[in-house]
Design a protein. Structure first.
Length: 460
């Protein structure tokens, strides 16, 4: 481990002193309902971008809003010396929808609630809390005179697949050159085992729509003769994926899947992943598999086909005896490195046409998978930083989720990308009662500060 000039006790006092301001700022951020997929939240999206600009300016950065066809991209630059290397910090400030009563929230989703060391509210862990942690890591680096320039990319469309990010980045790529990128939007294995991700699955979502008549009809008068759109979609789902095993039944679906290397599998085995902890953290009563390595491969290295919802027919109290004449199946395929979303969508469409030619298949959000590396100087810097901030050795693993902006940055910025996420499984990504906590935030500020110190040496 390279020698650091950061003094642990002084840094502990510094971070402890940040806490009131951190909580006040996170409260402000959480109480802006920046739900990108809700058209009614346009004013909140503008407010979130404006607040982000104010935050960056308070840090001493030159900040601006980059307009896009939908929601803005916030860019901040803090140049200490043109001779210093530049690190780009990426986070997103948009969040998932939240319906407090319907989803079982214990607190109002868009009201910041403090419960001891826990911070509850939509967006606290995905991704406003980690974004703010990285922000204060930059401030600490500046106060410790770490010779590095900083660039922020704060996105407001990540939760809807980053539709404007590539266009904005391509247009402004010349002014956004960087030596490296760090992303704080990934998850640990458990509270006691930090994780550094080096790969992400992609996603191809789709809507499967079927219309067999003009309106729902009486099951006594037409049942047996009338086609049931909802039942046919249920049958279609069962023929696309084995619900018990998860095995996808689309021809050619697994053709481009490359199994993990022996080195990767050993890294997984060494990660400390426990199926019981995983199940408990996500509140799952049972799993399709119990073996640790098998579960890790299922969520990190293998593609999936998921049914997210079905719409159509009657869903109120009791039973309304109708035969549904229209329905919609909401599905997605999580794809691993090597698979192409466009190819997988064509395969899905062709197979659906064979199974039920009346079903229309409509492409929805599309994100490419990402594959990085878990060796080299940036990985070493990340390992040392996590050890410094949390006194624990991190595991290098893949992650099953998707971040579309990462593939875009890899393609256009052409700089090494490191993941230094801070979320825990129990924090509840996309779930009711989402939260973040001061333990992750305080350790995270120290982690980022040390990481910035380490990478500042790489170009010298």
């Amino acid at each position: 481990m390279s020698k650091s000039r950061l003094e642990a006790r002084a840094l502990d006092r510094y971070v402890k002193g940040l806490r009131p301001e951190f909580e006040k700022t996170l409260k402000h951020m959480v109480e802006i309902p920046s739900v990108s997929m809700d058209p009614k939240r346009k004013s909140a999206m503008k407010a979130s971008a404006a607040h982000a600009v104010d935050l960056l300016k308070a840090l001493g950065a030159k900040a601006r809003i980059v307009k896009t066809p939908l929601y803005p991209l916030v860019v901040g630059k803090l140049i200490q010396d043109k001779s210093y290397p530049t690190v780009t910090i990426y986070n997103h400030l948009d969040v998932q929808p939240a319906d407090g009563k319907k989803e079982g929230w214990k607190h109002e989703p868009f009201r910041f609630t403090k419960d001891g060391d826990r911070y509850l509210g939509r967006g606290t862990t995905d991704d406003k809390g980690p974004a703010l942690t990285a922000y204060y890591g930059v401030r600490c680096a500046l106060d410790n005179r770490i010779p590095l320039n900083f660039q922020f990319l704060w996105e407001l469309e990540e939760e809807i697949g980053s539709p404007s990010f590539e266009g904005a980045l391509r247009k402004h790529a010349a002014s956004l050159k960087t030596d490296s990128v760090v992303v704080s939007d990934t998850i640990w294995i458990s509270r006691t085992r930090p994780a550094i991700s080096y790969a992400l699955r992609g996603v191809q979502a789709a809507l499967l729509r079927l219309e067999t008549g003009v309106k729902d009809v009486h099951s006594g008068l037409t049942g047996g003769a009338a086609r049931n759109a909802v039942a046919e979609l249920m049958d279609l789902a069962a023929r696309l994926v084995d619900a018990r095993t998860g095995r996808v039944r689309i021809p050619g679906f697994y053709d481009d899947v490359t199994p993990p290397s022996r080195r990767e599998l050993q890294s997984f085995r060494d990660s400390g992943f426990k199926t019981s902890v995983f199940r408990r953290a996500h509140e799952l009563k049972s799993l399709r598999a119990t073996d640790e390595l098998e579960v890790m491969q299922r969520i990190w290295t293998r593609p999936t086909f998921e049914v997210h919802g079905i719409a159509g027919g009657y869903s109120g109290p009791g039973v309304k005896t109708v035969v549904p004449q229209s329905g919609e199946l909401k599905v997605s395929m999580r794809l691993v490195p090597g698979q192409k979303p466009a190819k997988m969508f064509r395969a899905l469409k062709q197979h659906v046409k064979k199974l039920n030619p009346d079903v229309k298949v409509i492409s929805d959000s599309v994100l490419e998978p990402y594959m990085g590396d878990f060796s080299g100087p940036y990985a070493d810097a990340a390992r040392q930083a996590v050890q410094f901030g949390f006194h624990r050795t991190p595991a290098f693993v893949r992650e099953g989720a998707s971040i579309g902006a990462v593939v875009t940055m890899q393609k256009l910025l052409k700089a090494p990308i490191t993941f230094l996420g801070l979320s825990l499984p129990e924090h509840g990504y996309h779930a009711p009662n989402e939260f973040y906590d001061w333990g992750q935030a305080s350790g995270g500020v120290k982690m980022f500060t040390r990481y910035f110190e380490e990478i500042s040496r790489l170009a010298r």
